[in-house]
Design a protein around this ligand. Structure first.
Ligand code: SAM
Length: 389
């Protein structure tokens, strides 16, 4: 995890080996990539060692909060339920779960630590981005019209209200900060606790993406592409396919396009809505998304699934990475955790997402519905929908 800190090794890598692999190309040419500290493989370094060190500290703290402290909180929740004569594996109404756990110091420390650490992480990264704002903006502008991939921005797009939320406390959200893409990229590197510096997790998702039964994969769409990592990984896996990533956030697709081009990846990015993609009927063989549905209102989720059915061909595959099966029981602890996440971490749509019967929505829109792939051991399986004739 701390390989970023091996300064001499990484500088030599960035200057010599990586450009020959097509990585950090613009940086190596000089004058185009303004980020002063280059890249380690696919990881764009933070603007200063000081920030990188603070981010490492935040990440260690996050590992503790999500690891040992979370286990202690879960244990405590079981004790509280048992003390109240309740079965820890049974479903508990939300209000009752909140009333039982809210003032417990261990549970509260865990949740506060989780959210406060995240807030500090965002503000440190955002301050550093703005301190380098002119250079970073110039770099992004210079990349807008470069290839191999295309970029389409739509600054006049009507943004649905739900897309303007500052989900997971990200300042400005995905549409309200011109560096939202940068911020999400560095912030989620922290979220993934060191496991995605080289886009490994997205590569694993792309590898696990099922293909249509007839084996034909000419066009792929990644919806809610964010910083574009799954889109790029899909392009890597299917080099001959036309791959698009779309996102409501202009800054998100702008950053994605810049990064993909810098890494020599030809994926295309467009600022479009998942519920109104503007692509023709039956156009795609595969539609993916990752971490989209839990951040979208229940009503919009249904529209997105209907739109996905429209743009997929018969036999085409719909693979949304955050719709999971089997159904996770609403135990007391789970309810409390999700309530906290919604209320204080601004995961505004999490409870609506969890209450949605996706099997019903899939089948109502002409998809089959089946568990598919476990991204990590112990995870619940992702869900696969195949468009029926
Ligand atoms: C949690 S991020 C996931 C990004 C990326 N897929 C990843 O793996 O990290 C959710 C993304 O969905 C986008 N989004 C939310 N609602 C959308 C909509 N209606 N249409 C297109 N994109 C949307 C957000 O702007 C954000 O970039």
């Amino acid at each position: 995890m701390f390989s970023r800190r091996k300064l001499i090794g990484s500088t030599v890598m960035a200057a010599s080996v990586l450009p020959s692999l097509g990585w950090g190309k613009a940086w190596a040419k000089g004058g185009v990539d303004f980020e002063p500290r280059g890249a380690i493989g696919k990881l764009e370094r933070m603007p200063s060692l000081d920030l990188e060190s603070r981010d490492d500290f935040n990440m260690s703290y996050r590992i503790f909060v999500n690891g040992e402290l979370r286990k202690a909180a879960e244990k405590r929740a079981v004790e509280i339920l048992k003390a109240n004569g309740m079965d820890p594996t049974a479903e508990v109404p939300l209000k009752q779960a909140v009333a039982l756990f809210e003032s417990d110091p261990i549970l509260a420390t865990n949740m506060h630590g989780y959210v406060r650490g995240q807030q500090i992480m965002w503000s440190q990264i955002r301050d550093a981005l703005y301190a380098n704002g002119d250079a970073l903006m110039a770099e992004m502008e210079a990349a807008d019209n470069t290839g191999p991939g295309r970029l389409e921005l739509n600054p006049r797009m009507d943004l649905p209200a739900y897309t303007k939320e500052e989900i997971h406390n990200q300042p400005g959200g995905y549409v309200g900060d011109e560096f939202a893409g940068h911020l999400y990229y560095y912030g989620t590197n922290n979220f993934w606790m060191g496991h995605n510096y080289q886009d490994e997790m997205h590569a694993s998702l792309a590898k696990g993406t099922p293909i249509p039964a007839d084996g034909k994969v000419k066009r792929i769409l990644d919806v809610g592409c964010g910083d574009g990592r799954l889109t790029m990984a899909l392009q890597d896996r299917f080099p001959d396919a036309e791959v698009w990533g779309i996102d409501v956030g202009g800054p998100m697709v702008r950053f994605s396009h810049m990064r993909a081009n810098e890494l020599g990846n030809k994926a295309n990015y467009a600022q479009r809505l998942a519920e109104d993609t503007k692509f023709p009927d039956g156009h795609f063989d595969i539609v993916t998304s990752f971490l989209l549905f839990h951040e979208v209102s229940g009503a919009a989720n249904k529209k997105i699934i209907a739109e996905t059915a429209r743009i997929l061909r018969t036999g085409g595959v719909f693979y949304p990475g955050d719709i999971r099966a089997p159904y996770v029981a609403r135990t007391g602890y789970r309810q409390f955790f999700n309530w906290w996440n919604t209320r204080w971490n601004y995961e505004v749509w999490m409870l609506e997402h969890q209450a949605t019967n996706y099997e019903q929505v899939f089948t109502a829109n002409g998809f089959s519905y089946a568990p598919s792939f476990k991204p990590r051991p112990g995870d619940s399986a992702t869900v696969l929908g195949v468009k029926q004739a």
